[in-house]
Design a protein around this ligand. Sequence first.
Ligand SMILES: Cc1cc2nc3c(=O)[nH]c(=O)nc-3n(C[C@H](O)[C@H](O)[C@H](O)COP(=O)(O)OP(=O)(O)OC[C@H]3O[C@@H](n4cnc5c(N)ncnc54)[C@H](O)[C@@H]3O)c2cc1C
Length: 402
Amino acid sequence: MTARVVVVGAGYAGVGTINALQAEIEDEAEITWISEHDYHLVLHEVHRVIRDPSIASKITLPISDIKAPETEFVQSHVTEVDVDDRLVHMDGGDQIEYDYLLMAIGSQTAFYGIDGLREHAYELKGVEDARSIHGAVTEAAKEATLSSSAQVVVGGAGLSGIQAAGEIAEFRDEQRAPIDVTLVEGLDEVFPGNDPDLQSRLRSRLEGRDIGIETGEFISEVDDETVYLGGGNDEETETLPYDVLLWTGGITGPAELGDMNVDRDERSDRVVAESDFTTSDERVFALGDTALINQGDTVVPPTAQAAWRAADVAGENLARAIRDEPLDTWAHSDQGTAISVGENAVVHDVPGIPIETFGGLPARLIKKAIAARWIATASSVGRGISAFSDMWFSLTNVACVV
Ligand SMILES: Cc1cc2nc3c(=O)[nH]c(=O)nc-3n(C[C@H](O)[C@H](O)[C@H](O)COP(=O)(O)OP(=O)(O)OC[C@H]3O[C@@H](n4cnc5c(N)ncnc54)[C@H](O)[C@@H]3O)c2cc1C
């Protein structure tokens, strides 16, 4: 009998899985691919759209360029999964049956119950979010004057917050707009939990772009014009007025999986998956930001890099499950970090590169080449090259870092 395999999500995890599965499967399975948009978004470059909305067309790849003719694509929003009846429910009451399901619908922004944050902050999880932030920053700049600058506050100094703040500063400088950008991080340093040398390079890049940095106090409350930092018992509350507030301070499991009967991590609400991407339901696999995968002492980080590399094995494992073969396990190994701060970038700890942390033109080119390499892998080399036409060295020489 032909197995029905359903893959949900068209991010790094979904695209990578589909590519691997399509390469593995002949006529033993029917593949249905569901996602809410008819494009793949290169999410790790979406912050560029804040500065220049025209970049959106370079980082969105049509599904038709990725899927094989035999794969059925359904553009819809999945609302719920019933693992007992093996049914995926979608907007409008449609449903699809599966024998094997792989959930790769990313994550959603975590607001941690901070008063007023969800209501007042922009989030950055897609192209439309980035366009809205562009619009809000542009409007705020129009109303500002040299003596009363627009205040843009970015909460969370992880990958998204740092890179978004960098783009807003670049926009300000290109437009010569009166904007103050402040990056707020509750922990003691930017890019928390990472190498101190990398943190200090990032801090100096950010300060060099005239981005104010506030670390060591968490956002405790937000109203329609002020961000409150710290506070509580004996602490002083610091206030930051804002015109535009962007919140990038954390992720949580997708709400659509709320009623799905598979084990989820209590803290992060992400689906608990093993290193072979199986979950507590034998027919359901999960990976990318949707899944929490514990490997020994570490948890696989929610990065494009990890999702992209894991997806190859996930696609193969779906094929193995269909054939009743033993599943392979995947081990995350960090391939380094490349972070942009506007047009500049910092690259750290890339295997095969003897200098541990560096910036300048090489870092800038590596950052762009990584995106181009992914685009080329996901769809076509031509698309990868045209996406970053200023990139001039061989894609194949660049390690799979993101
Ligand atoms: C601004 C920003 C900068 C980043 N920079 C980096 C970086 O430099 N390096 C790095 O490694 N990582 C970076 N990341 C993190 C990285 O983008 C994520 O870890 C990665 O996108 C996770 O891949 P994924 O496939 O799990 O999810 P996603 O890429 O989020 O894809 C999820 C897919 O599921 C679809 N979907 C969601 N919900 C539904 C639904 N209910 N029904 C149907 N379809 C649905 C979405 O439309 C999308 O196609 C960044 C993230 C952001 C936001």
